[in-house]
Ligand binder design. Structure first.
Ligand code: NAP
Ligand code: MG
Length: 399
């Protein structure tokens, strides 16, 4: 390797898997260069979360990062880890520094059939990774009063609108987005559609949100008409906008094989739904693509807390490491292609193939074993699975 990968370590069960994956599947085969950032909750607390910011800045510098799942602290975690503060979501912090779009696609394997019978091809969710209530301001009010949204222009103009006249306690939320971020979201989606030769669908709730969501719709359309319409036509693919209610219905009836662009929250929940319907959250790739072409690869699932507590008690776990393995292969492939190291790309592809082949040959973790339609299933524990992948990989590398 020429340029280091930015390596962001994480928490709980995924941190355990991270180390095993590196030891068994990466280090024996790759002359790995990484710049290591420990995003485990203890170290985030120790550095007042500076390490998260540093890791995002390093990603901007080097261009490619691979991230382990991390705990987003809540009240219970503050107590559990005796935290100084309820630190923000690391993913939220990283996304607001890098901006961009998160693409999530299911990893399809034989024997794991989608619950939606007509889904024959993967559905990729493109999630806008900036703004809306992920960087919102919220107030809980306990008395009567007037809530307003106010804009004060640098030039002295002032716009104010009443949100609600409260005569009793309630809640308020202020959210925003920027034309710049929406435009880069649109361009990332159009580029990804062209790259992967898939149709692009985009949906919002513009019938209700006549200014906010409508702005998204207009920006997408403008950029499409001015910059992409011709290229889409040449590639034989289509872009269309539809109301989110209609999109949901169409997605369920579709055969898959397209990209569904979603606003931040829609993408957050729809990607979990799509992943689960395709089999499992642990069988989904996730990459954040920033407008300036920076990539951060991760798993879509969390730190698998319940399994970790069993692991701490010395019990056996059967945690699926596929999404974390694919985070590594995605990052290695991208590093290989940016630095022109075909051997690295080739290795990463073989590791992906070996992972899929291992499952299709019947060796898998418990979550998949419960769903698989294969006849002879060998349900294994967390470590055994990774070792089985290594064996398949070594065979692949021989020929
Ligand atoms: P989770 O880690 O996604 O796990 C929820 C459940 O889904 C697990 O208990 C397990 O079900 C199943 N599952 C998820 N991933 C699996 C895998 N790889 N292999 C096998 N089963 C898997 O969510 P959580 O336990 O609710 O959240 C734990 C922590 O993760 C939270 O602190 C949250 O903040 C954090 N989180 C981080 C990210 C991220 O960094 N990207 C994303 C989401 C959540 P069974 O127990 O039934 O086996
Ligand atoms: Mg989510």
């Amino acid at each position: 390797m020429k340029t280091p990968l930015v390596e962001m370590d994480g928490d709980e069960m995924t941190r355990v898997l991270w180390a095993i994956i590196k030891d068994e599947l990466i280090l024996p085969f790759v002359d790995l260069k990484t710049e290591y950032y420990d995003l485990g909750l203890e170290y985030r607390d120790e550095t007042n979360d500076q390490v998260t910011i540093d890791s995002a800045e390093a990603t901007k510098k080097y261009g490619v990062a691979v991230k382990c799942a991390t705990i987003t602290p809540n009240a219970q975690r503050v107590e559990e880890y005796n935290l100084k503060e309820m630190w923000k979501s690391p993913n939220g912090t990283i996304r607001s520094i890098l901006d961009g779009t998160v693409f999530r696609a299911p990893i399809v394997v034989k024997g794991i059939d989608p619950c939606v019978k007509n889904w024959e091809k993967p559905i990729t969710i493109a999630r806008h990774a900036y703004g809306d209530f992920y960087s919102g301001v919220e107030l809980k009010i306990d008395k009567p009063g007037t809530a307003k949204v106010v804009f004060e222009g640098k030039d002295g103009t002032k716009i104010a609108e009443t949100i609600h006249e409260f005569d009793a306690p309630g809640i308020i939320q202020g959210i925003h987005n920027t034309d710049k971020s929406i435009s880069s979201f649109a361009r990332s989606c159009f580029n990804y559609a062209l790259d992967t030769k898939q149709d692009l669908w985009f949906s919002t709730k513009d019938t209700i949100s006549k200014k906010y969501d409508h702005r998204f719709k207009d920006i997408f359309q403008e950029i499409y008409d001015n910059e992409y319409a011709k290229q889409f036509e040449e590639a034989g693919i289509e872009y269309f906008y539809t109301l989110i209610d209609d999109a949901v219905a169409r997605v369920m009836r579709s055969e898959g094989g397209f990209i569904w662009a979603c606003k931040n929250y829609d993408g957050d929940v729809m990607s979990d739904m799509v992943a689960t319907a395709f089999g499992s959250l642990a069988m989904m790739t996730s990459v954040l693509v920033s407008p300036d072409g920076v990539y951060e690869y991760e798993a879509a699932h969390g730190t698998v807390q319940r399994h970790y507590y069993r692991h701490l008690k010395g019990e056996e776990t059967s945690t699926n490491s596929v999404a974390t393995i694919f985070a590594w292969t995605g990052a290695l492939k991208k590093r290989g292609s940016l630095d022109n190291i075909p051997e690295l790309e080739d290795f990463a592809q073989k590791l992906e193939d070996a992972t899929i082949k291992t499952i299709e040959n019947g060796t898998m973790t418990g979550d998949l074993a419960r769903m698989s339609t294969l006849e002879n299933i060998n349900s294994v524990n967390s470590t055994e699975f990774i070792k089985a992948v290594r064996k398949t990989l070594e065979e692949k590398l021989k020929n």
